[in-house]
Structure formats: C-alpha cells, structure tokens
Design a protein around this ligand. Structure first.
Ligand code: XIL
Length: 347
C-alpha cells in the first residue's frame, strides 16, 4: 500500500503539469496590447472547427490570425473562376467575434498553385488577367475586414537577387508592382505587405530584400510593411541585434515590419535544455520587435505543436511553438509573457 502522503504529492504534481489558462490581463494578447503590439498565430481552420481546446486557446491568447492555408491559391480558387471561401469565411467570422485582426495570406506566391494554373501555359496578358481577378476578388471580398494582406512572398533568392518564379516568368519583372497596385485598388485601406524567410537579420538575402523594398518604394508602389517570417532552428537563428538593425533600416524606408511566422524547430524528442534555449530565442526576437516602434505584430506559425507544419516538412524536427501538443504552455510561452509584461510596464 502507498503511504497517504505519496498519493497526495502525486496528485499535486499532476495538477501542476496542467497549466491553468492565464488570467485575462495576463494573456499574450492583453500584454501585447499593453505593449503596443498585436500577438498572432497561423490558424488551421479544420482544427478550429473540430478541436474545442484549440478554439478556446486561440481566442484567449491571440488577437491576430493568419489562415495557414485557407487563402492560398489552390484552396481558394481550385478551378478557374470558381472561388471557395468556406474556410476563410469561417476564420474571419471567428476573428470578428473575438476581437481579432486578420492577415490575408498570400496572393502572389509560387507554391500551392492549383494544377489548372501551374500547368496552364498562359501568355503574359492572360496571366495578368488571372492574377488581377484573383487579387481583386479576394481583397475585394474582405475589404475592411482583412486588415493586412501578404500581397507577395518569397520573391528574392538566396543570392539576394529577384528570384525567377512562376509569376516572374509568366508576367515579367513588373508582376510585383502590378500585384500591389491591384490589391490597393481593391481595398485602399488595407495594409499591404511583402513577406519572406531567411532575410530577418544580416546577410545577402536581407540586403536583397531591402534593395527590392527600396526600389518598390522609389517607384511609389503601395507597399506598407515587410513580414520577416522567422522559421528558425537553434543553430541557424539570426542575432537579435541584426534583426533590430534590419527592421530599423526598413523603417527608414517608411515601412512597418512584422514577425509573421516564427517557429523554432527542435530535434525530437525535445529535451529540457533545448526547450529553454528555444524560449530564449523567442524572447530575443520578440525583444527586437519591441525595440522598433514600426514593428507592429509578432506571430507564430501555429498555435500548438499538435498542428505544426514542421514535423511533416522537416522529418525528425518539431516542438517548435509556444504550446505543446496538449495545448500546455511551454517555457517559451512564459518567456514571451515575461518579455511582453516588461515592455508593457515601461510604456
Ligand atoms: C505551410 C503550411 O503551414 C502547410 O500546412 C502547407 O502544407 C505548406 O505551407 N512559409 C509560408 C507559409 O509563408 O505559407 C508556409 O505554410 C510555411 C512557410
């Protein structure tokens, strides 16, 4: 028979393992708001509709959502001229019901294209017409309801030069400027953003992104912000000082910045030391954003490790987010909360 004290201790420890939800004033969204920032995440709409814990945590902790896939070309226009807004509408409704902003993601990208488009052999004029209709249908539908659009993504290569993509090949180099102008026509008040990975800190790619942004601004293309994705691992993360300096130079061009897709992949199974280092990295990148007034939001690419894209795309890696697979808060969550609390108390 177990001594009575042992049972009591075991129950106590088990109870501690389940993190109680943060009090309203202590949620990420409340603290971020007090610090002058929005705190967001990418949303898996299926999870939102089937997993009550996921939905509850989303509304409780975040005030900014990005559809992880629901507005990508292949999902939203699976057949030419046939738009399917079922998932995107569900998310926008949820966001409005819970006082959240929405990021539209993504209009001009060369991945997740439907077959009819990718294998369609269209000439430049027809492709322009297709892209214009796509952009204006999406942006127009959510005019006034989607605050920010990722108009274009991943247009710069690892060498810092404009990347050859489906769109640049099909339309020509002015496809970016056209896309921003079409989006602006469809919703003149939406904040229009360019979003990319691997150019967060210093280096050839971030210089290339900076040069492209400078050129677009010089051409008076309606672009308002740059999204720094921040998909990193413990080994290849940028330095916080470099991220801050990069944001500052983009701000000097008149652009806002956002951290749009942060996750920190760990080798599975993740050990305690890695989780602690991960927490530190989240805190540092958030700190860089908080140090630059033009950095307006900080988003992770997923709410909990249960639905993260990492294990599928990087086999053997995962545990990349703030909440574990059971929606329990990880060390990174507490670090982020502490950094936000400190920033809020300084304002
Ligand atoms: C990923 C999604 O998370 C996956 O579910 C999907 O299968 C592939 O795309 N950068 C981006 C996102 O801008 O759109 C990508 O999302 C992750 C990398």
């Amino acid at each position: 028979m177990q001594p009575r004290g042992f049972v009591t201790l075991a129950v106590f420890v088990a109870a501690l393992a389940v993190t109680p939800p943060a009090a309203a004033a202590e949620t990420l969204r409340a603290l971020a708001q007090a610090a002058g920032l929005r705190f967001g995440t990418a949303v898996d709409v299926k999870a939102l509709q089937t997993d009550a814990t996921y939905a509850r945590l989303l509304a409780h902790e975040f005030d900014l959502v990005t559809p992880e896939n629901a507005l990508k070309f292949s999902v939203v226009q699976p057949e030419r001229g046939h738009f399917d807004f079922t998932q995107a509408d569900a998310l926008v409704d949820f966001a409005e019901a819970h006082g959240m902003q929405v990021n539209g993601h993504v209009l001009v990208w060369d991945q997740q294209l439907p077959d009819w488009l990718a294998h369609g052999h269209f000439g430049p004029d027809e492709l322009k017409a297709i892209l214009r209709e796509h952009i204006q249908t999406l942006v127009g539908r959510y005019r006034g309801r989607i605050a920010t659009w990722d108009v274009a993504a991943e247009a710069v290569g690892e060498d810092g030069k404009p990347r050859e993509t489906f769109w640049s090949r099909g339309i020509g180099p002015d496809y970016l400027a056209l896309a921003f102008r079409w989006a602006h026509e469809a919703d003149p008040h939406a904040r229009l953003r360019y979003n990319d990975y691997g150019g967060e800190g210093d280096g050839i790619k971030s210089d290339g992104i900076y040069a492209l942004m400078a050129e677009l601004r010089q051409q008076q293309v309606p672009i308002d912000a740059v999204g720094l994705q921040m998909h990193v691992s413990l080994k290849d993360a940028p330095q916080a000082d470099d991220v801050r300096a990069n944001m500052a130079r983009l701000a000097a061009l008149g652009l806002q910045t956002d951290i749009t897709e942060m996750d920190v992949m760990l080798t599975l199974p993740a050990n305690r030391a890695a989780l602690v280092q991960q927490a530190k990295l989240y805190g540092e990148m958030l700190g860089a954003c908080l140090a630059v007034p033009q950095c307006r939001s900080f988003s992770t690419w997923g709410e909990s490790d249960r639905y993260s894209w990492i294990p599928e795309f990087f086999p053997g890696q995962g545990a990349a987010l703030l909440f574990d697979a059971d929606a329990g808060a990880k060390p990174a969550y507490f670090t982020v909360r502490r950094v936000l609390r400190r920033a809020a108390s300084r304002r």
